[in-house]
Design a protein around this ligand. Structure first.
Ligand SMILES: [Zn+2]
Length: 190
């Protein structure tokens, strides 16, 4: 069986260098809190307030900085603060939701970049070959945690890169739907 470790991503954002400096001041560098499973990626101790039409949420910034700012939240979060968050792959932000970002030193009006991340599997070329999957392939993943909410996720996009560690990423709504707590494995179904 092709098993993959499933990790739950809490709401977070990625910032461009330009936006980081508007929000935190010129020359500001993020403070690393914890290395993430994907090589080179980390959670920082720094937070930004993401403001929608109905409310706001403080969100952690993941580093390093990226070419474009992107806010990733669950659909429950999106509804609670009043932002539009289409389901998209990371980086595919044209026409996505808008919000305001408030940092300690300044504010940014983000015209697009708010998404609910499409569930996905990061996978190394070696594991992709062993699983028989290719980049951009859509698969399903069966989750049986024994918590009374066994389910199969469809529409899971596979992303292959030598710079990845093999992991599936879902958001908190999806984890709750399957009663996932802590680290669990799923079975990839082609
Ligand atoms: Zn991911």
């Amino acid at each position: 069986m092709n098993k993959v470790i499933i990790e739950t991503s809490a709401r977070h954002l990625h910032l461009s260098k330009e936006h980081l400096e508007v929000l935190f001041g010129a020359g500001y560098e993020l403070t690393v809190k914890k290395e993430l499973s994907q090589p080179g990626q980390y959670a920082s101790t720094d937070k930004v307030e993401v403001v929608g039409e109905k409310g706001s949420l403080k969100m952690s910034i993941l580093g390093p900085t990226r070419k474009e700012t992107q806010v990733e939240l669950s659909l429950t979060d999106a509804r609670s603060i009043g932002v539009k968050a289409p389901v998209r792959e990371s980086g595919d932000i044209a026409g996505t939701g808008s919000c305001k970002l408030v940092g300690p030193k300044g504010e940014v009006v983000l015209t697009e970049g708010v998404i609910a991340a499409k569930r996905h599997i990061h996978i190394t070329p070696e594991d992709a070959a062993a699983f028989g999957v290719s980049d951009k392939q859509i698969v399903s993943v069966q989750v049986n945690c024994g918590n009374g909410r066994d389910m199969t996720f469809g529409d899971v996009v596979v992303r292959v890169s030598a710079s990845y560690a093999t992991r599936m990423h879902i958001d908190t709504d999806e984890a709750n739907a399957a009663s996932i707590a802590g680290e669990v494995e799923g079975v990839v179904i082609l």
